[in-house]
Write a protein that binds this ligand. Sequence first.
Ligand code: FA5
Length: 342
Amino acid sequence: MSKINLKKLENQAKKDIKKAENLKELNLVFSRYLGKKGELNSVLRSLEKLSLKEKAKIGKKANFIKSFLKTEIEKKSSLIKEKERVQAEDWFDVTVPGKKITLGHLHPLTLARRKVEEIFQSMGFFVAEGPDMEKEWYNFDALNIPKDHPARDLWDTFYLKNGLLLRTHTSPVQVRYMEKNNPPLRIIVPGNVFRHEATDASHEFQLFQVEGLMVDREISVANLKAVVGQFFKSFFEKDINFRLRPDYFPFTEPSFDIAIECLVCRGKKCPACKETGWMEVAGAGMVHPNVFKNSGLIPAPLADGWQGWAFGFGLERMAMLKYKINDIRLFRSNDLRFLKQF
Ligand code: FA5
């Protein structure tokens, strides 16, 4: 076999390797050129008839082509295998049922907040807002709590470097709203409040409060109790026991605390209700005349027959009772095992 024939054989083999589309075809190429009875071996066998010089020359060339083709076939084999692997991965069986997509859902406090807003809106209340960072005036002074008054100790306050503070309750929005709006008024104010206090099963340092304010002619504690009772009934979707007891707030007179019979333990006493069977959910009372005055409603509305009542309840505590949660800290723990239940 001449040199030219060897070159031709090499070129043809290269073309065949390139053409092979799968391992079966590639194996055939291998057998055809490199197999025992393959073309290269037959070249090597035919060398016997040649002179020593030619044997050495053509034999060297044939062995070189042999190892070159072997490498090329191996390369091609890896390429085919990789291609088949990718194709297998891309393969899509339309009949296989799809994976269920896990949908996000609302946080229990958002659910509770929305429910509260819906109930009060259905009773004609407007949803108002105020800033989380508040002036001392609105958080305290305007609410009849002058500087150095011991009542400020009721609210452990985070004071900010910019001269403001993180509001400790939603009551400042009573004043902000009455500055801009004339009675009759019916509002609720849901929002964050912050208190520099230690946490336990029923206390957090950041919580949601919902303020309620109604100013109208000849309204009394009886109206407050009726509205609150109706709200509880709609929120818990059943009749529940609640009580008003005398309390003290500088911005209401008289003042009350409102407690609900603990729904976590049904009054049997548990950590959520501090073993009392009752959970305090709100402070409330008739709006103090000084608050009207500080809001710019002068002369004092009382003179004209206007009265007002207000309440402020903790949304977490309401949600604890509704969903039977025995520790307030769970709400902001970001524990998915807890959150996934809602
Ligand atoms: C107030 O904040 C008054 N502004 C409420 C008010 C409004 C009274 C209008 C009169 C008129 P108090 O500090 O008691 O009051 O808080 C009201 C409610 O917020 C409590 O009954 C409780 O449900 C909730 N609350 C207060 N502090 C915490 C706390 N650290 N963790 C969880 N809930 C709290």
